[in-house]
Design a protein. Sequence first.
Length: 229
Amino acid sequence: MDLFQQQWATYRAVLDHDLMEHQAMSAACGQQLRQCCAEAEAPSLVDLGCGDLALLAPLLRELPLADYTGLDLCAEVLPLAQAALEGAPYPQRWIAGDLLGWACDPGGAAVDVIHSSYAVHHLQDAEKEEWLAGCRRRIAPGGCLIWIDVFREAGESRSDYLARYGARVGSWSDLSPQQRQAVLGHIQRFDHPAERGAIESIAAAAGWSWQWAWQGRHGAEAMAVLSPV
């Protein structure tokens, strides 16, 4: 098993055992996407950090979209996502790229719905500010940004968050010890969750209104819906 397969097997184990509340999150996200489609006729949707679409594909096939763009930094997952969405009745585009580059593309067209799930926390705080500003420039009037991610509590430092989340990962008995260690190594190296409260102020300065649409049980996972103002 190569490195990609090992990492993806760990990710799928986290998802399959619902260790990050993907089931509740997906239900909340589905409700929000259906609402977006009810309010906008045939919206265009860009999915930043689309992954393999294991959970989202059944819902996406049913949505009356004008088109769908799936972007992920990991090119290896895009064929999996494409296969999962096969048969959807609208044009699809697949991009191997980073979400900050997409947001800050000066020639990028406006879109109706931007969706990102468990990806933005890999950006540093200054990059998140750039991303929010870039997404605001690219959102069409009346559109929305659906941001699903892990977030720090208000006033919580990154080190305190990592200690708290690391203790939770240590209790994930459905994973092997090697898989738990891989998750811990990943979050310690790459996770920079936004701080609640502070990120809402940054979003407001970029021209967004913020609504918490779903909150997980552990003070980390959550879904925010941002609308342009």
